[in-house]
Design a protein around this ligand. Structure first.
Ligand SMILES: [Zn+2]
Length: 518
């Protein structure tokens, strides 16, 4: 279709949730409403230089802002058309109604956008590890819905580094681009990259051709941090290629608690009209990843050993705090945040240390909300949201602080000897020290801070963390918990796998008609 002299019209939107299929609570529409839902003019404003934050309370400038920046740089030659942006905290699979509402909303917004003129492209910022109850590969359904509702416009998608790509997903987009950093710091750069690929595609200056490889590999790459020696050369290679003839080169380390039978690391390379080059480079990246499969994540301490180590780390405690990361109950990987094992160990083995322990328990908050600060109370906490993993614990203590704020909703801090139990109604996202200030605690005074996060917290806690220890308490974010998920064949490191290529060949040869059926 000829555009004449009119500007390119590119629609943009987001659906982001990372699903842990081992967590029993479904994610609902209310979970998106509480965190982030924007559309139309409000989204345009949030992604403009005048906007305070693209995802208020979480991110100031991420993918969609990067996309809009790149569009603005084109002067009036390209118009960015807002759809909607939806983000929920990681958790259980989406309820089917919630997914239908997201997909139908996207469709309706695209149809409305087309009434303003033809669309030349669509950019979708997805997570890549979103699950929906009873639906296989739901993000492919979103891309296909966007393609159809836009009148067949090319769709470019960006993903988290922990995406699980499928053949159907790769084929539904003209380019699939993933973060290159872990902890993730390049959201905005990937949004800009998506805009450039989409603009050049819509102008007919490039013809994206993509190759994809899928590895039967859940874990590897050491800590998977992009700055560490194990993965650094792999990401460096993708950046080098993108300075040359490659439009996009990505490594996806997958979210191991995703229920797709074809789960695994994957690589994806898009070139300008050069399928053999894309195939060769996707293959080369897959080999680089496979060569790192035996560098497994470090073993974590038991709760008792971690508390003993914190107690013995006197100098670290004097100069700052010892941070204990509960790796089995990582809220930002979907867990409930109500594991009591570290709390129990602190009360048993180091009750006089000033320790701050976050715990999500809406029922306990409700029970304590009518009590006054300073009052002595008995309350049972934990083990309600995911009783298969978590054990309730009865506490006898004093109500220290009661607070209310939009993210955590209501919170009650209970003092049990030296331990401060921060009970919250909302998700216990302890990414930054301000979690503790929001509930009424000063993190600089603590001996021990418990967090429910894997890596990103280290950036934010660096000023006060003098020692950081990872702890395995048993929960849905244990790496070996993912071994119980049913896969389509042997899976490294659960099973011996001599070669990644048979699984890759099988996954790439599955007829698309069998994919993605609800
Ligand atoms: Zn991620």
């Amino acid at each position: 279709m000829s555009r004449g002299n009119r500007p390119l019209r590119l629609a943009y939107g987001r659906v982001n949730q990372e699903t842990n299929c081992l967590v029993p609570q479904a994610t609902t529409w209310a979970d998106f409403e509480r965190v982030h839902l924007l559309e139309g003019a409000a989204l345009t404003h949030a992604c403009s230089p005048k906007g305070d934050a693209e995802v208020p309370g979480m991110f100031r400038r991420v993918e969609l802002r990067g996309f809009c920046d790149a569009v603005r740089a084109e002067g009036g030659a390209v118009e960015a058309v807002p759809l909607s942006s939806a983000w929920a905290i990681p958790g259980g699979p989406l309820h089917r109604d919630c997914f239908d509402r997201l997909r139908d909303g996207l469709t309706a917004q695209l149809e409305a956008a087309r009434r303003g003129g033809p669309l030349d492209g669509v950019y979708l910022a997805l997570h890549g590890a979103m699950g929906v109850q009873g639906v296989r590969d739901p993000e492919t359904l979103l891309i296909r819905a966007a393609t159809e509702a836009s009148g067949g416009a090319p769709v470019v998608t960006t993903y988290d580094l922990h995406a699980n790509l499928t053949q159907a997903r790769v084929q539904a987009s003209v380019a699939s681009i993933s973060y290159k950093t872990n902890p993730h710091r390049d959201h905005r750069a990937r949004g800009r990259q998506a805009a450039r690929v989409l603009i050049e595609t819509a102008r007919g200056r490039v013809r994206p051709t993509t190759a994809w490889r899928s590895l039967p590999m859940l874990l590897g790459g050491g800590t998977t941090v992009d700055l560490m020696p194990t993965m650094l050369p792999v990401f460096a290679r993708t950046r080098l290629w993108e300075r040359g003839p490659v439009l996009a080169a990505s490594v996806n380390m997958c979210h191991p608690w995703n229920s797709d039978p074809e789960l695994g690391w994957s690589t994806c390379v898009t070139t300008h009209d050069d399928q053999p080059l894309a195939e060769r480079l996707a293959d080369e990246l897959a080999e680089l990843c496979w060569a790192r499969r035996h560098v497994l994540p470090p073993e974590f301490l038991s709760a008792d050993d971690a508390v003993d180590a914190a107690r013995d780390a006197r100098l670290a405690r004097r100069l700052g705090a010892v941070v204990l990361a509960d790796a089995s109950d990582v809220v930002t990987a979907g867990s409930t945040g109500e594991n009591t094992a570290l709390l129990r160990a602190l009360l048993d083995r180091a009750p006089t240390l000033l320790s701050y322990v976050p715990l999500r328990d809406p029922d306990a908050v409700e029970a304590l909300w009518s009590r006054v600060e300073g009052e002595r109370v008995d309350v049972t906490v934990g083990g309600r949201l995911d009783p298969a993993y978590n054990t309730p614990l009865t506490l006898s203590g004093r109500v220290l602080h009661k607070r209310e704020n939009p993210g955590l909703r209501r919170s009650v801090v209970l003092a049990v000897e030296g331990v401060r139990v921060a009970l919250v109604e909302g998700p216990a996202v302890t990414l930054k020290p301000d979690f503790f200030t929001q509930v009424g605690l000063n993190p600089w005074r603590a001996d021990v801070l418990v967090v429910k996060n894997f890596f990103p917290f280290r950036l934010f806690f660096a000023p006060l963390a003098r020692k950081t220890l990872y702890v395995k308490t048993r929960g849905p974010t244990d790496f070996d918990a993912a071994f119980a998920i049913g896969f389509d064949g042997p899976m490294h490191p659960r099973d011996p796998v001599a070669d990644w290529r048979p699984a890759d060949a099988r996954r790439r040869s599955v007829p698309l008609a069998t994919f993605s059926r609800p």
